[in-house]
Design a binder for this molecule. Structure first.
Ligand code: UDP
Length: 238
């Protein structure tokens, strides 16, 4: 199975179904980026970050802004929410007898998330976990590398998690490494996912923004600006 990428504002996005994406990364290893418009905006200002995204082994369309943008450009791509993809990877890791590390979220959250994950996947071998509020990143990086996990789940928010994963990539070059944003808060049961109707319509961000209005500044003006840029790309090409 080989990658079939479509481009948006110069960034490649994979067009695999969720099942294909799991199969692909489980057999190829490397970094998985769960891309959204905020990340593309950030990459425009940070060359290093852009490089990290461009060198990922798999880029899944996490944000609804991405699938809408791709649609404007004539590509019908299914959204793969990072949180669901993370679960699918845990399931695969458990089935394949692989080892897993989870890093991120507040101490009480990661503990609870690990507890819930163990309950859901009793055979899963979790070899390392740590909260995401550490002062000494070097120590955590060394600990993760020494644990040699086959799968690394980093939920530190973007772009922190992508830079963190980038530091692990070379030493863990046979592992799957993925950034999962606020997923551990949901896995711990501390944050509720949007009701199904919001999930179906691909507007979980709207629910999250309404229930946590301080998030508003994260999507505004980024999302409308992103759509304008994509429209421009469609008209004048890139
Ligand atoms: N976080 C962390 N370390 C930090 C900052 C954030 O572990 O230094 C965690 C935070 O507790 C939350 C996640 O990273 O669990 C970020 O969640 P957010 O919803 O902001 O990320 P998004 O999914 O929107 O990228």
């Amino acid at each position: 199975m080989s990658r079939k990428l479509v481009k948006i504002l110069g960034y490649g996005v994979d067009t695999f179904s969720s099942e294909e994406a799991v199969d692909y990364i489980a057999t190829h290893h490397g970094m998985v980026v769960t891309i959204n418009p905020e990340m593309i905006e950030y990459a425009a200002k940070d060359e290093k970050f852009a490089q990290i995204i461009n060198s990922a082994e798999l880029v899944i369309p996490d944000g609804v802004g991405i699938t809408v943008g791709l649609k404007i450009l004539g590509h019908n791509v299914h959204r793969i929410p990072g949180i669901d993809f993370g679960k699918a990877l845990l399931k695969r890791a458990s089935k394949d007898g692989k080892t897993v590390a989870l890093i991120g979220a507040k101490p009480e959250i990661i503990t609870k998330a690990v507890e819930n994950v163990k309950q859901e996947f009793p055979d899963l071998n979790i070899v390392y976990f740590h909260d995401g509020y550490f002062d000494d990143e070097d120590t955590i990086i060394t600990e993760v590398i020494n644990a040699k996990p086959d799968y690394v789940f980093a939920a530190l928010g973007s772009p922190k998690q992508e830079f963190f994963i980038n530091r692990l990539k070379q030493d863990l070059n046979k592992s799957v490494l993925i950034g999962l944003g606020g997923s551990f808060d949901v896995w711990a049961g501390a944050v509720k996912r949007a009701p199904e109707i919001y999930q179906k319509l691909g507007v979980e961000w709207l629910y999250r923004t309404l229930s946590e209005p301080k998030r508003f500044k994260r999507i505004f003006p980024t999302l409308p600006l992103f759509v304008i840029k994509v429209l421009k790309e469609r008209v004048i090409g890139k």
